[in-house]
Design a protein around this ligand. Sequence first.
Ligand code: ASC
Length: 150
Amino acid sequence: MKLQKFFLAGTAIVLAIGTGSAFAQFQNAEKAIEYRQSVMTIINTHFGRIGAVVKGAAPYNKDDVSKNAEIITMMSTLPWQAFGPGTEGGKAKPEVWSDSAKFKAAADKMQLAVIDLNKAAQSGDIDSIKKSFGAVGSTCKGCHDDFKKK
Ligand code: ASC
């Protein structure tokens, strides 16, 4: 009996660690979905502001593009913790969880592309801003094609 209790406690600890501390930060799946969608909305807003400059619809201002890129860089690290076990749903395809290695690779690729965009934005070289903006957009689209429901 005592031994059984010992193993039960051990299992609970392993489960707690196994589900990850990040997941434990969300009260439930709905909260995680709300969080990751909110972060994506902010990323989309600031990416769109750089996009307007890249497309010539807004004038180029180094400080503005730099700030937008910094915000995207910080935000790009956040959504992934909100795709933990038990948070299936929203617009996420089941493949986020069934092919989590591929999902992680796509998330990493996006974050690296964003770092490049941020470097370009801080340098103020509009040609490299345009190039790295396109590269980031490809990582967004690639991941959405595979992992986001239409
Ligand atoms: C965005 C957004 C995407 C990407 C993609 C780029 O702002 O919401 O999914 O950029 O359209 O091709």
